[in-house]
Design a protein around this ligand. Structure first.
Ligand code: A2P
Length: 274
C-alpha cells in the first residue's frame, strides 16, 4: 500500500523544496561497513532521506551506500551539517560533497551555534548560491537564535533540527519555529534508545498494538516534525518505517505530551557541549 511507504510522506519546506518526513539518522555509526549496510538497508526498505554530518565522520559511507543502492540520486534527500569548529561553510561543503560523491546535498545545516548564531550564515547562503545545497537551515538553535539569524539573513533557514521526543517536547520551540515557517526535525526521537524502556511508553504501545519505537516516532510525525531515528539493525530500520499506517488518538497524544521533562521550553538544549 503506497500510503504506508515512507517515500510517500513528504513535507514541503518554506523554500518550496520537499523533504521525506522519515529519514535514517547515522549519528554514532562509524564510517565503514556498518554505516554502508545501514544506509543500504534503509534505501531498500523505502527510506528516501539520510541525515549525516561532517562531525559524524561517515559521509563517505553514506555516499558509497547511495551509489551501491542504485537508487537514483534525485530520489534521495541527503542532509549534511557544517561543523562550526571550522570557519568556512563553503569550503567545508565542497569537502562534504567530495566525500559523499555527489554534486549537491538537499539540506545543509549549521550543526550548533558555536561562536554565536549568525557568523556562519553568510557562508551557508553562499553554499546554496553555489548550488552545493538546495536548502539551508540550522540545528540546536533556540527561538532567540533563530530570530538573530532571520534578522540578518537574505535567505531564511527552513529547518531547525533539535533533540525532540515526548520527554523533550520543547513545545515553545516547536510553536516558535512554526510561526517562523521553520520545520522542526526531531533527532534522538528514541532518546538514543533509553525512552524505549519507559513504562508509560511501553503500556501505551501495548494498548495500541505497536512497538514503543513506533509509538515514539508516530508521536513526532503527529507533532508535524520530521523524524530521523538511528539504527544499525535491518529489522529495526524496517520497524521504524512502519509509522504511516496507524494514528495515535488525541488521548494517546496527550498521554505522551505529559511525559515532557523540559517544561515546554523554547530552548534547543539543556546544556551546551561546546
Ligand atoms: P541500534 O542502532 O543498535 O539498532 P535515537 O534514534 O533516538 O538516537 O535512538 C537510537 C538508538 O535506539 C540506537 O541505540 C538503536 O540501536 C536503538 N533503536 C533504534 N530503533 C530501535 C527499535 N526499533 N527497537 C529497539 N531499539 C532501537
Amino acid at each position: 500500500m503506497s500510503s504506508r511507504a515512507p517515500d510517500k510522506h513528504l513535507r514541503q519546506l518554506a523554500d518550496g523544496n520537499q523533504i521525506p518526513q522519515l529519514g535514517l539518522g547515522v549519528w554514532q555509526i562509524p564510517n565503514g561497513p556498518m554505516c554502508v549496510k545501514a544506509v543500504r538497508w534503509a534505501l531498500e526498505l523505502g527510506y528516501r532521506h539520510i541525515d549525516t554530518a561532517q562531525a559524524y565522520g561517515n559521509e563517505e559511507s553514506v555516499g558509497r551506500a547511495l551509489k551501491e543502492s542504485g537508487v537514483p540520486r534525485d530520489e534521495v534527500f541527503i542532509t549534511t551539517k557544517f561543523w562550526p569548529g571550522s570557519r568556512d561553510p563553503v569550503a567545508e561543503a565542497e569537502r562534504s560533497l567530495e566525500r559523499l560523491g555527489i554534486d549537491f546535498v538537499d539540506l545543509y545545516l549549521i550543526h550548533w551555534p558555536q561562536g554565536g548564531p549568525t557568523w556562519a550564515w553568510p557562508g551557508m547562503e553562499q553554499a546554496r548560491a553555489n548550488g552545493y545545497t538546495r536548502s539551508i537551515g540550522v540545528s540546536n538553535f533556540d527561538v532567540r537564535e533563530l530570530d538573530e539569524v532571520i534578522a540578518t539573513a537574505a535567505v531564511a533557514p527552513v529547518v531547525d533540527q533539535v533533540q525532540f521526543s515526548p520527554f523533550e517536547y520543547r513545545r515553545k520551540l516547536l510553536d516558535g519555529a512554526g510561526e517562523r515557517a521553520i520545520a522542526v526535525e526531531a533527532y534522538s526521537p528514541l532518546g538514543t534508545g533509553r525512552h524505549l524502556g519507559n513504562r508509560a511508553v511501553q503500556r501505551l504501545a501495548a494498548r495500541v498494538g505497536r512497538t514503543p519505537a513506533q509509538v515514539l516516532l508516530r508521536w513526532c510525525v503527529q507533532q508535524n516534525t520530521i523524524v530521523i531515528p538511528k539504527s544499525t539493525h535491518r529489522d529495526r530500520i524496517e520497524e521504524n518505517s512502519r509509522i504511516f499506517d496507524f494514528t495515535l488518538s488525541a488521548e494517546d497524544m496527550a498521554e505522551l505530551d505529559a511525559l515532557d521533562e523540559t517544561g515546554a521550553t523554547d530552548r534547543a538544549l539543556e546544556e551546551k557541549w561546546w
